[in-house]
Ligand binder design. Structure first.
Ligand code: PLP
Length: 486
């Protein structure tokens, strides 16, 4: 693998920044994976690939794995059909076992900020692997990654690494309960915080797409301690806190909801949450598992600091922070974080926490995520949003389009309120039939979108002008198909 010529060096990146700012994507030179996107694959696995089809593999998978998948939304339940079984990915392209290539707008649901198998990230993982896969002991790389996060996101004074976003939020709420000595947790309908018991009530993401209200197997007592509120409704929250504020341990919210489709937080909403909670001795957990290091260097929190500053008590990270490997984190005020074992009474642990490969991938990713990368994501997002808007308008498709930084999603045929699609109730009025038809038309044209209308679209700095053209060219027919199914 000789990709150093393809790579954009730091100097050229900054030289190009000016051009980048004036033209949406003319000057950017993303790294391009060698030949056909098989950059990360060891050659031997290419020679041993059996001639499977997606349908055959999905049938076999269903015999041995429930639903054939390890995470529900992958089964294409809400769009129907057979999911492509991915064989390899490089840059902006994923390729399935049948050899079909797609422009990827899922990005592993967020981690692929720099595209897939970025050469420097792969090299960092390979180097780490040569020194051992896991020690269950402290490492220097963990200290460096902790410092990298703290340097970017100032409410994080201390941080602990875990393996999944689910663990991060689970730990955050235990910590909030341990800190306050209170049990109640406030979450918002349609926000997704992973699949721990307390957080599955009216969750978005896969829970939304499966059309189930929550999950079987969650004890009634656990659900009873979770209060679900409509997103964005401050008066309702004031009322709740006036009545039960002294029993509430924390409010947890996505920094910008992106698991019921994208919902743009009302200006000042997160700041108002912090203010309200603190007046009642409760904590605020800002979940940046999806938005963290994706919408800016300092996540969605970073985007709001100039206009509506706030200091959350705890923050959670995942997805980008592991660069595609299993790594997530909970961080926050030192005095709260120090209540974690071994210093404090709140227990939390993990055999693979801070795994050296994952830590190396995360550190390499954060180090590469400079201003030019975020500028590129913003301009890509803008071009796609404009294209989608113009196509829907030209074809008379009723739609709402929401953005939060470089994240966006479209709601076909939704009945928005006065502020657009602003909460879960309104998000659920969209036409799943229209999305299904739209989705399959795009897939047919080689564009791999999230297989659910309740998910954000993810761009990466590896997307090329050609990729953008592929997506834009596919839109008219797909919107027409959606309109016919509305
Ligand atoms: C993905 C996600 C989680 C859960 O992370 P996992 O790594 O899938 O457990 C939690 N919160 C938000 C906002 C997410 O988007």
């Amino acid at each position: 693998m000789n990709s150093s010529e393809n790579r954009v060096t730091d100097e050229t990146m900054y030289d190009e920044l000016d051009a980048e700012l004036t033209s949406p994507f003319s000057q950017y030179d993303p790294f391009t994976p060698a030949d056909d996107g098989d950059l990360a694959l060891p050659t031997q696995s290419q020679t041993h690939v059996p001639a499977d089809t997606n349908a055959e593999l999905f049938a076999r998978a269903g015999q041995v794995i429930p639903g054939g998948v390890d995470s529900p939304v992958r089964a294409y339940g809400s769009v129907g059909g057979t999911p492509p079984f991915i064989q390899s990915a490089g840059g902006s392209i994923v390729r399935d076992v049948e050899g079909k290539r797609y422009v990827d707008l899922v990005g592993s649901w967020g981690p692929a900020l720099l595209g897939h198998a970025h050469p420097e990230v792969v090299r960092a993982v390979q180097e780490a692997a040569e020194h051992g896969l896991s020690f269950g002991a402290p490492t220097k790389a963990e200290v460096e990654l902790a410092q990298a996060v703290i340097d970017r996101v100032s409410p994080v004074q201390k941080i602990r690494f875990v393996s999944t976003g689910t663990e991060a939020t689970m730990t955050a709420i235990r910590l909030a309960r341990g800190t306050t000595g209170r049990d109640l947790l406030v979450k918002f309908a349609g926000c997704y915080h992973g699949h721990s018991d307390s957080l599955l009530a009216q969750a978005g993401s896969g829970v939304a797409t499966q059309g189930i209200p929550g999950s079987a197997g969650v004890p009634a007592a656990t659900s009873a301690d979770t209060i679900v509120m409509p997103y964005g409704d401050l008066p309702a929250l004031e009322e709740l806190f006036n009545a039960r504020g002294d029993k509430i341990a924390a409010i947890i919210t996505e920094a910008a909801p992106a698991n019921m489709g994208v919902i743009t937080p009302p200006a000042g909403f997160n700041a108002a949450l912090v203010d309200l909670a603190h007046r009642h001795g409760a904590l605020v957990i800002i979940d940046e598992v999806l938005t963290g290091f994706r919408v800016s260097r300092a996540g969605y929190w970073g985007l709001e600091q100039d206009t509506d500053p706030y200091q959350p008590d705890l923050m959670t990270f995942g997805k980008v922070i592991g660069g595609g490997l299993p790594l997530a984190a909970v961080g926050g005020r030192a005095e709260v974080m120090d209540l974690l074992a071994p210093l404090g009474p709140v227990y939390q642990a993990g055999t693979l926490s801070g795994n050296p490969l994952a830590t190396a991938a995360g550190l390499a990713t954060l180090n590469l995520a400079n201003d030019l990368v975020y500028g590129r994501l913003d301009s890509l997002s803008q071009v796609l949003v404009d294209g989608l808007t113009q196509t829907c308008e030209a074809q008379g498709m009723p739609f709402a389009l929401n953005r939060a930084g470089n994240l966006f999603s479209v709601f076909f045929g939704a009945e928005p309120g006065a502020q657009g699609v602003a909460n879960y109730e309104q998000a659920k009025t969209q036409s799943q039939d229209a999305y299904r038809a739209f989705f399959h038309s795009m897939l047919e044209a080689g564009v791999y979108l999230p297989p659910s209308p309740f998910e954000a679209w993810f761009v990466s700095s590896a997307h090329t002008d050609e990729d953008v053209a592929t997506v834009l060219d596919a839109l008219p027919a797909a919107v027409e198909a959606g309109l016919a199914a509305l």
